[in-house]
Design a protein around this ligand. Structure first.
Ligand SMILES: [Zn+2]
Length: 460
């Protein structure tokens, strides 16, 4: 059935143009689900983020947005969707869009752009993720365990880019953000579809290639958040330029005064704060419950030799020392003793314990998937060392890998050891266990990690 539909669609499209045909990925949610999840996350985002109330800026961004929305091809229009555009008064180069249509563009993104076409590029890319329903398509592929926390995960993943674990309540590793980060396949789809939307909205799709150059240049302390949420699928600029050659720009935008005026206007305002500064100042980003968070002290009692078994959704079962507490997160669960976990600099951290979770992977190859997992750990943990290699181990009776990495604890400033175990789940997701302990007590904890991993039962 599916294949037939695909063939028909292709046949219909080839008569139109030589441009690449983008087929929306399989999705078990309804467009109404997209809207519902998106609105929930939007309300949260508006509460947490410093939204700009500046008519000149917002109406400018909205104008570009409307133009792009009107250029969405008929097959990707969902009557339920409501596209809205808000500007966040922070410095970082970032933008994100939520399922069903709400979009947030950072002021820093507008300031960094060299042309209106570049602003339109990032918006067209985000819009394409929405129109292709990538958020829920990604969730459709997620494991059952992840589905249980999908609203939080979608929010965490998308807002995570802006707020890090402040809202996402992700772990110290930033896995919360990495987890629902779009796959390379979806990134390429959003680039290509975005270039089509740009061309029919009157923008030069080559500006998208320029934009990526602009973003990459803004290195600073690290690659802009937008790039880590929207990773380069490889040869990004090349394939965009190639696609652009096949596109005919209809109704070209020639007036660039709006862009110049907005940039000049922004220059006259006091500089945008960083997201972190904005959150601190407003007291936003705390727990919505208002409860005070425990502060990790790094001083903990030794792991109990008694183990307690936990069943996590219908994904897995694991036994951990009975004096470790269960700390559910957006996409993962952490077990840690009192004194070993809490908030430091707005980050959810732990100094002793394990984190277990699953993350999607396209490759279906354990080694590559583990490499990618370590790369995403490293992006949130600048001091993380590289493993010298992988050991072949068994995890839940399956072929698994183990890697030992060094890191510096955010809490104590002391060296810590990270032990990572991975195995593949039936749907290709990587199931991981991350053990963390101070380096000087790693030898003792290694045995605990081993025993914990030995107890894991996967139920996929
Ligand atoms: Zn993207």
């Amino acid at each position: 059935m599916k294949r037939l539909f695909f063939t028909l669609l292709l046949a219909a499209q080839t008569t139109l143009a030589a441009q690449t045909t983008i087929t929306p990925p399989a999705n078990k949610y309804s467009p109404a689900d997209d809207v519902k999840m998106g609105l929930q996350a939007k309300a949260e985002a508006e509460q947490q983020l410093p939204i700009m109330r500046d008519d000149e800026v917002t109406s400018y961004v909205e104008g570009i947005g409307r133009r792009l929305v009107n250029a969405i091809p008929a097959n990707l229009r969902h009557p339920e969707f409501r596209y809205t555009f808000e500007v966040v008064n922070v410095r970082e180069i970032n933008a994100f869009a939520l399922p069903g249509g709400p979009m947030f563009v950072n002021r820093g993104m507008i300031e960094a752009a060299h042309s209106e076409g570049e602003v339109a590029s990032v918006m067209a890319h985000e819009l394409s993720h929405v129109a292709l329903r990538h958020g829920t398509a990604q969730a459709s592929k997620a494991t059952k365990y992840e589905i249980g926390t999908i609203a939080g995960a979608v929010l965490g993943a998308i807002i995570g880019g802006n707020l890090g674990s402040v809202v996402a309540q992700g772990t110290q590793f930033g896995l919360g953000t990495a987890f629902l980060r779009f796959s390379r396949e979806f990134e390429k789809q959003a680039d290509i579809e975005g270039s089509h939307i740009m061309a029919s909205a009157g923008y030069d799709p080559r500006d998208m290639a320029n934009l990526f150059k602009t973003i990459e240049k803004q290195g600073g302390s690290g690659a802009p958040q937008w790039l880590s949420d929207h990773p380069n699928p490889g040869n990004r600029q090349d394939y965009i330029l190639k696609e652009a050659q096949m596109l005919h720009v209809t109704n070209p935008v020639s007036d660039t005064r709006g862009f110049e005026q907005v940039q000049a206007h922004l220059k006259r305002l006091s500089p945008a704060p960083t997201t972190e500064q904005a959150m601190k100042k407003s007291g936003r980003g705390g727990q919505t419950s208002g409860q005070s968070q425990p502060v990790p002290t790094g001083r903990v009692s030794a792991p109990s030799s008694q183990f307690r078994t936990y069943t996590e959704g219908d994904l897995f079962r694991v036994s951990v020392p009975s004096n470790w507490r269960e700390l559910p997160g957006g996409n993962a669960v952490t077990f840690a003793p009192e004194g070993a976990y809490g908030q430091t600099n707005g980050q959810s951290v732990f100094t002793h314990g394990v984190e277990l979770g699953a993350t999607r992977n396209e490759t279906h190859d354990l080694r590559t998937a583990t490499d990618e997992l370590i790369a995403s750990l490293a992006s949130g943990n600048p001091n993380l060392g590289r493993p010298s290699g992988y050991d072949n181990v068994s995890v839940a009776g399956r072929k698994g890998l183990r890697a030992t990495l060094s890191n510096t604890s955010e809490v104590t400033g002391q060296p810590e050891a990270i032990q990572l175990y991975t195995t593949l789940m039936r749907d290709g997701s990587v199931f991981y266990t991350i053990g963390v302990a101070p380096r000087d007590s790693f030898r003792d904890y290694q045995n605990i990690f081993q025993r914990i991993v030995g107890s894991i039962q996967l139920m996929d």
